[in-house]
Write a protein that binds this ligand. Structure first.
Ligand code: AP5
Length: 211
């Protein structure tokens, strides 16, 4: 099954995608991760994307859509789209793309988390500089402070998780991404999951939907 996982920044898209990858062998297609890798490798795409990301703005649709088209053209299947689409223009382009490539995306799962909870999740998140593993200073601590359990590299705060940038990301979500709920309701693929529970409970519900 191919699915879209969407929700506000910090709603748990990455955490849940990671579990679907580990437990069900699905493939995570995260536009945010692709941009972060491009920035790390100082590619043209990374240089273009960095200014927008550092300010908490969305990367322009044309850049993102081309990137997703390239991924889907590889023939990937059993995937989770994490962080895409994020605007109506992206959602419409995706419809056109999947039709052309004869890909079926049967569900669009929305992770519902109240905004006051999102703030705490984002400010407390720490990520591994090497393998990208995600932690939280309260809900998912590493065994040794600021050291990744999986690979031993340093844990840091994402640039866009700094207090000043978070509000811009939440505004971008409110203005551009939240209208996608109506879009997917109309297409009959919308499923809402309460993301304000512990990670395992949220996962169990998503797994049921996927299976
Ligand atoms: P992206 O990386 O996609 O960021 P995001 O959507 O803001 O989502 P996050 O990664 O912040 O959160 P998440 O929902 O994955 O939460 P997580 O699981 O980590 O995009 C970054 C930027 O790239 C964008 O701002 C934009 O500039 C650009 N971009 C990307 N895609 C784009 C697109 N399509 N169009 C245009 N621009 C695009 O969890 C967060 C924290 O909470 C973690 O610490 C975790 O441990 C904790 N946590 C998770 N679940 C739970 C739980 N159930 N209970 C308690 N804690 C939990």
């Amino acid at each position: 099954m191919n699915l879209i996982l969407f929700g506000a920044p910090g709603s748990g898209k990455g955490t849940q995608s990671d579990l679907l990858v580990k437990k069900l062998g699905m493939i995570q297609l995260s536009t945010g991760d692709l941009f972060r890798n491009a920035i790390k490798n100082k590619t043209k795409l990374g240089i273009e994307a960095q200014t927008y990301m550092d300010e908490g703005q969305l990367v322009p649709d044309s850049i993102v859509i081309n990137m997703v088209e390239e991924m889907l053209l590889t023939g990937v299947s059993n995937f989770i789209l994490d962080g895409f689409p994020r605007t109506l223009a992206q959602a419409e382009s995706l419809e056109e793309l999947v039709l052309r490539l004869k890909i079926n995306i049967s569900k669009a799962i929305f992770l519902d988390v109240p905004s006051e909870v999102l703030l705490g999740r984002l400010t407390g998140r720490r990520v591994c500089t090497k393998c990208g593993a995600v932690y939280h200073i309260e809900s998912k601590q590493s065994k040794v402070e600021d050291v990744c359990d999986s690979c031993g590299a340093e844990l840091i705060q994402r640039n866009d998780d700094k207090q000043g940038v978070i509000q811009a990301r939440l505004d971008a979500y409110q203005n551009f991404t939240s209208p996608l709920k109506e879009f997917y309701k109309k297409s009959g693929r919308y499923i809402e999951v309460n993301g304000n529970r512990n990670t395992e409970e949220v996962y169990q519900e998503i797994e049921k939907i996927v299976k």
